[in-house]
Design a protein around this ligand. Structure first.
Ligand code: 5GP
Length: 190
């Protein structure tokens, strides 16, 4: 998606040759016009599947998924929670997700009320790196008996292997900007 790539080149900041900061337009301050373009692009790419629910993970995925959902006939957005909460009652699906950027493992949780065998789920997230977040979310979809339509990712860091691993398992992944390298302070797209 050219608009997104241009924005990454213009406003993205590389940290430690490995982390791309996009907090001025994607995951801290959010550019709503860009998020609408991203939502429409996901719709175009997944036009062939009858998505009736979108699953993401807090916090950065929520805004992206909520705007994208409007292009999927206002499909409900369910977000996996990273922390225990007294408000999260009843039966839960849970899966471990290790975050390499934060160095912690979360036991992410989704209420069983909101995902089940009648659902066709599109997973949406901001980044795909080593694939841990997607592996956890796919685990939850499988526990629920729902069908997985695929995963829509805004930025995939191809060199970290998560996409290769998941595609080899037959998971459909559509990423809108695919990064081959962040070395020497330069973003190189695939
Ligand atoms: P994975 O689980 O695929 O290893 O990593 C994906 C998660 O880690 C994303 O949800 C995102 O929050 C975070 N992440 C991984 N790489 C980056 C990065 O380069 N920049 C930012 N901002 N977040 C990242």
């Amino acid at each position: 998606m050219e608009l997104l790539k241009e924005r990454i080149l213009h406003d993205g900041v590389i940290k430690d040759d490995d982390i791309l900061k996009v907090d001025s337009f994607l995951n801290h301050q959010m550019d709503i016009a860009l998020l609408n373009e991203i939502g429409q692009e996901f719709r175009t790419r997944f036009a062939d599947v009858p998505v009736n629910k979108i699953l993401t993970i807090e916090a950065s995925g929520i805004g992206i998924a909520a705007i994208a959902a409007q292009y999927f006939d206002n499909a409900p957005v369910v977000f996996a929670k990273k922390t225990q909460s007294r408000n999260l009652d009843g039966a839960l699906y849970t899966a471990p997700v290790h975050s390499f950027t934060k160095g912690v493992t979360y036991n992410v949780q989704v209420s069983q009320k909101f995902l089940g065998p009648d659902d066709t789920v599109l997973i949406i997230d901001d980044f795909l790196a080593r694939g841990q977040a997607l592996i956890g979310l796919i685990d939850i979809v499988q526990q629920s008996g729902a069908s997985l339509a695929g995963c829509g990712i805004v930025i995939e860091k191809m060199y970290q292997g998560g996409g290769t691993l998941l595609r080899s398992r037959g998971v459909r992944i559509e990423s809108l900007a695919r990064i081959a390298s962040l070395e020497h302070g330069t973003v190189t797209f695939l």
